[in-house]
Write a protein of this length. Structure first.
Length: 257
């Protein structure tokens, strides 16, 4: 078994012949910790593939490379059951919104991570372009509630003239698309989110993924230019050259054409 590791990369214990094939012992803790190792290995492989395929015309040999996920779900007509689930959720949070304090500063909505991107950086046009390249991988967490909560409804009520509860519910239902992505947010359609930004949840408006943080860092390191690629496994699907305003050029690896 020449070339096979003799010791577990997790705890260092001596491996059997079978264990040496994967480089791990049978300890569940070693296997749990190995998830991060495998992710780093896949990322490094993807980066090598991306860099090897960059066009010379991009002059991006030393540019930072950001790795973005890619939405792989299928578009399908939205079922009546999903729409009814949203309606019931809206009815409940509208009731709960009416029980919140009257003072605006006491209204609280769920916050989420921006992965280190500050408020000024969050307004960079490039982030919207990069987000569109991904196609809404993070939207899968929205389900049939779209992260809408009582505080979201109360925020809407503060910004507009008083609205009847039924009007608010029907307003949200009016934006549900006929066709959306399976296993994703009910408002996630082919061209993105169907909800106007002003009435989306705080989570949806605030969240910025690690890939977008890599884009911001790449622009810093690359003096205003960065490469970003959507990746499935280790295979790049779309590779783009960015500046702070958006996409300058895109390619699709030959293996994916």
């Amino acid at each position: 078994m020449s070339g096979q590791p003799r010791h577990c990369r997790g705890c260092g214990c001596e491996l059997s012949t079978i264990q040496s094939i994967r480089g791990l012992c049978d300890n569940p803790e070693c296997r749990r910790k190995d998830v991060d190792f495998q992710q780093r290995q896949r990322r490094q492989t993807a980066l090598r593939i991306i860099r090897a395929g960059l066009p010379a015309s991009w002059q991006a040999k030393n540019a930072g490379v950001a790795v973005l996920p890619r939405n792989t779900e299928r578009l399908a007509p939205l079922s009546g059951a999903r729409i009814e689930a949203l309606r019931q959720h809206l009815e409940q949070i509208v009731i709960e919104a009416g029980e919140l304090p009257d003072r605006e500063f006491e209204i609280k909505e769920t916050s989420t991570t921006t992965n280190g991107i500050d408020a000024k950086q969050a307004d960079l046009p490039v982030l919207g372009a990069a987000c569109g390249l991904c196609g809404g991988h993070c939207c899968a967490t929205g389900g049939d509630s779209a992260w809408l909560e009582p505080g979201t409804i109360r925020r809407l009520q503060w910004r507009l003239l008083p609205l009847a509860d039924t009007r608010i519910i029907e307003h949200y239902l009016s934006f549900v698309p006929e066709t959306g992505y399976e296993n994703s947010c009910i408002y996630h359609a082919e061209n993105g989110c169907c909800l106007p930004r002003s009435i989306r949840s705080n989570v949806c408006n605030q969240y910025l993924c690690k890939g977008l943080a890599e884009v911001v860092q790449g622009l810093k390191d690359g003096e205003g230019r960065c490469v970003a690629a959507t990746v499935i496994g280790v295979s790049p699907i779309t590779v783009a050259l960015f500046d702070t305003l958006g996409i300058l050029d895109t390619i699709k690896p030959a293996s994916e054409e």
